[in-house]
Design a protein around this ligand. Structure first.
Ligand code: ADP
Ligand code: ZN
Length: 865
């Protein structure tokens, strides 16, 4: 009886799994997790083996054709994770499996052709061999086994592949899939070595070209050099030593004087990064308490990974995630480092997720420095070859720590002991495109469970829903309420010059703590009344001048998200809200190709229910005449700062100044070297920078973002304000934050100004409970895009009708439909966007088994914009 396998085929648009059988030749070589080739319809496709099955679902199974890589591509835990993700995010399983294959693996696979032991074709069927087949046999005889791509190079334009299949059918050549070492990337070194004995080449010296010619002496120099070298030598080295070039080498190789080869060097993007190895810091009392709890948990983990796919959570409470809630600068990163060290001591590996590598170079460097040689780094600028090598090094156990953005979660570690999710509130952990649309934070929790590993989520501003989930599901909550005073030595002199207390800390002694920086809220309405029309209030202007005078540094933060779209009264701060939904109305200029908005010139629109009205000229609250929409960019802020402080050195950090590769690092290095005084930037500033000279953070307008029509607008604004404020006052120099606002009484602004997470959390939970938003309900967002706005609207209406019918048929009284309505960002790449929100206890189950065609579906969408 053959072995039957369940396989997920790697074909976009194909959902579901299929059953195949193993041909005898592959018996015993194929296991779950293996990447194989299989027939699918009339194509040959790749697939991943999920499991053995005893009885196939179809009467006639087809055979697996070949094994692409003798080592499994997916671990058992990864297969389980892929299945879980597919179920929860309503995505095709193939898309989830694809997350775990290194990009380019499929392109790198090739076929290896080799002569078999079979008889000389001359006797049996010579007459029927075609020209290509004869050439191919000759080639294989001369050069030994060759890969398809190598044969391509030797056969010119001849279409040889069908002929090769013919030879394989006759048993004259064998063909099998191989995964050659990737040839992309700069780190794959070509080598040369002597191909004949020194005595022989001296005899054949005449073959080197015309004696006396330059080429002749170059070739001779190459051979003399190689004579002195016992093994293969890197080609650039040969050139450097002999003055020869690549055509000389080719010339010599063709005549058998030298053998060219390739050594596989791991392409290690970190090879050139230099950093001083670092030692663990002695923990503060606060860190020590937190660490004791986490260390105990790590030591209580089940000893090995769970093993077979689908195994249920065996260790229960021992695997509850940790929420490490520590204020900005409280030393969370040091705790992560301790946790990784403990994990490595246990002989297990660790994955560390960070929001975005380019924006968190300091954090990344700390991991590299603490565990030199053991850390792999995944980021978007790796070449496919570097990515593939990093993946293989992890799989083979050469690496034991992987640091990277959400994709690092899919590192094929065998014995995973820890997953760290740094800044776990960050929205970059969500992937919205392509499918699967998933949260790496949630996936990390699930994956750690499957692996029997610990999951450590850290943040100064955990999402409200996560904090709530932590309470409900008994995660372990560990807090670091105090900020650590860092950078004592570094800025000793600065501190003394500025008259600050000198707090030199002898090595090995415990660090002190420092207060979070005080926040001054400036009411911009009052500034206007007093005649100050600058985008900088008088207190901010003064503070900036002072920072410059003391040769310290300032950050000016501008929330880009949601600028220019909300309308408010500059006299009283009133924002216009939808009478039905209580969400802020957003401002849209009339545009002839947007029929939905044509009712008004400069209209205000509710993105939840579609309500619209013309923008008022007079404020409904105070009768003021200055109802405006707000719009300013980083460039304007920079120009205004320069005008105010002509001698200041300004640096702008935004999407525009960071288009080029490496520019994030450059800007940060520039600023941290004090080559600039003021950094003007956007959200990028909010990701954990640790800059000792920054003593002032100015938030140009704190309200921006608060008025976006999304239930998470308040949460996001609180998070970004708290994080940005946390960049100030990290050294003995101290620091302050100035928060400019038109709504000083807003609870988000108030809580951020007092660094009061608990107060924000309570208020925000109240609000969510009243309006039935997560965590008190679950949401699914359905989005439709179309070039024709009428078609987009029509499809949305149709879908809404269909959904209502399903809800009715299934008697789901607790499930409601919100919308359809145009999305807040109503146009994207020429397409019009409409959305429908499903809300209820389990809205995903309404559509799980249904095909919604072109609709984009997001379960637990992090944004409704
Ligand atoms: P977080 O990750 O919570 O924002 P960090 O780990 O970046 O905080 O720590 C903030 C600063 O305090 C850094 O400069 C760090 O080097 C320093 N630091 C952290 N822990 C200690 C310690 N135990 N002793 C001395 N300095 C520390
Ligand atoms: Zn409304």
């Amino acid at each position: 009886m053959p072995t039957y396998l369940e396989i997920v085929v790697n074909v976009p648009q194909v959902t579901g799994v299929f059953h195949y059988h193993l041909p005898p030749a592959l018996e015993g070589r194929v296991w779950p997790g293996h990447l194989v080739e299989a027939p699918f319809g009339r194509q040959i496709v790749q697939g991943v083996v999920l499991r053995y099955v005893s009885v196939p679902a179809v009467p006639e199974t087809r055979p697996v054709l070949d094994l692409i890589d003798p080592q499994p591509a997916l671990t058992a835990a990864q297969i389980s994770l892929a299945e879980q993700l597919a179920h929860e995010t309503l995505s095709p399983l193939a898309a989830c499996v694809e997350l775990m294959l290194p990009p380019g693996l499929s392109q790198m696979a090739d076929t290896l052709y080799e002569l078999t032991e079979a008889k000389d074709p001359g006797q049996s069927s010579a007459g029927r061999l075609n020209k290509a087949q004869i050439r191919l046999l000759e080639l294989l005889e001369k050069r030994g086994p060759l890969r398809g791509r190598q044969i391509d190079g030797s056969m010119g334009k001849l279409k040889w592949r069908p002929s090769a299949e013919g030879l394989a059918r006759r048993g004259l050549v064998s063909a099998r899939m191989v995964l050659p070492p990737p040839t992309v990337g700069p780190k794959n070194v070509r080598t040369a070595q002597l191909g004949c004995s020194p005595a022989e080449f001296e005899k054949r010296v005449a073959e080197l070209g015309r004696p006396g010619a330059a080429a002749h002496s170059r070739r001779l120099a190459i051979l003399r050099f190689l004579t002195r070298e016992p093994g293969p030598v890197d080609v650039p080295w040969v050139y450097a030593e002999s003055g020869g070039n690549s055509s000389d080498l080719r010339y010599l190789a063709e005549r058998g004087f030298v053998i060219l080869g390739e050594t596989e060097v791991w392409r290690d993007p970190l090879a050139e990064v230099d950093f001083a190895p670092s030692q663990p810091l002695p923990l503060t009392a606060g860190q020590q308490a937190a660490w004791a709890e986490i260390q105990a948990g790590l030591r209580a983990l089940p000893t090995a990974s769970v093993g077979p796919a689908g195994a249920a959570d065996p260790a229960g409470a021992a695997l509850a995630p940790y929420l490490l809630h520590g204020v900005t600068g409280s030393g969370k990163t040091e705790i992560y480092l301790y946790a990784v060290e403990e994990t490595l001591r246990q002989g297990r590996s660790a994955i560390v997720l960070v929001p975005e590598i380019a924006l968190t170079p300091q954090t990344v460097r700390r991991f590299l420095a603490r565990f030199p040689g053991q850390v792999g780094l995944l980021h978007s600028q790796l070449s496919p070859g570097e990515r593939y090598d990093t993946w293989r090094r992890a799989r083979s156990g050469l690496l034991s720590v992987m640091v990277g953005p959400r994709s690092a979660l899919f590192t094929p570690f065998e014995n995973l002991g820890l997953i760290v999710v740094d800044e776990c509130h960050d929205d970059s952990y969500y992937q919205s495109d392509p499918q699967p649309r998933y949260h790496a934070r949630q996936a990390a929790i699930a994956y750690a469970r499957l692996c029997g590993a610990a999951c450590l989520l850290g943040s100064a501003t955990p999402g409200v829903a996560d904090r709530y989930q932590a309470e409900r599901e008994r995660w372990r909550y560990v807090s670091l309420p105090e900020r650590i005073l860092g950078h004592r030595q570094v800025i000793q002199t600065q501190a003394e010059r500025a008259g600050g207390r000198s707090r030199y800390q002898p090595a090995g002694e415990q660090a002190e703590s420092i207060e979070l920086p005080p926040v001054q809220v400036v009411d911009m309405r009052a500034e206007l009344k007093a005649g100050c029309t600058s985008i900088f209030s008088r207190p901010l202007q003064e503070a900036l001048q002072q920072v410059l005078a003391q040769r310290q540094q300032a950050i000016l933060f501008l929330n880009r998200r949601g600028a220019a779209t909300y309308v408010f009264c500059r006299d009283c701060g009133y924002t216009l809200k939808c009478p039905h939904c209580d969400l802020p109305l957003t401002y849209h200029l009339q545009s002839p190709d947007q029929p939905h908005f044509e009712s008004a010139r400069g209209s205000l629109l509710c993105h939840r229910c579609g309500y619209d009205r013309q923008a008022p000229r007079i404020c409904p609250q105070c009768g003021g005449k200055r109802v405006r929409h707000y719009g300013t960019g980083t460039q304007r802020v920079e120009a205004a700062a320069q005008a105010l402080l002509p001698e200041a050195r300004l640096l702008r950090w935004d999407a525009e100044t960071t288009r080029q590769k490496g520019s994030h690092e450059l800007i940060l290095k520039h600023f941290s070297n004090h080559q600039a005084d003021i950094l003007v930037g956007t959200q990028m500033l909010a990701k954990g920078l640790d800059l000792p000279l920054v003593t002032l953070v100015g938030v140009v307008l704190a309200d921006v973002g608060l008025n976006l029509p999304d239930y998470r607008a308040g949460e996001r604004t609180f998070q970004v304000l708290t994080q940005v404020a946390g960049r100030a006052g990290r050294s003995p120099l101290g620091g302050q934050v100035i928060l400019q606002t038109f709504q000083p009484e807003n609870y988000v602004i108030q809580a951020a100004a007092r660094h009061d997470y608990a107060a924000f959390y309570q208020k925000e939970l109240d609000y969510r409970r009243r309006l039935k938003y997560p965590p008190y309900s679950k949401l699914v967002r359905l989005e439709y895009r179309h070039l024709d706005p009428r078609q987009a609207e029509r499809s949305a209406q149709e879908m809404a009708r269909q959904l209502r019918a399903w809800i009715q048929a299934e008697e789901r009284r607790a499930t409601e439909i919100i919308g359809p309505a145009p999305c807040f960002f109503a146009r994207l790449g020429g397409n019009y966007r409409w959305q429908i929100i499903l809300r209820g206890p389990d809205p995903a189950s309404l559509i799980r088994k249904r095909d919604l065609g072109e609709w984009r579906i997001e379960v637990d969408p992090p944004s409704l914009l």
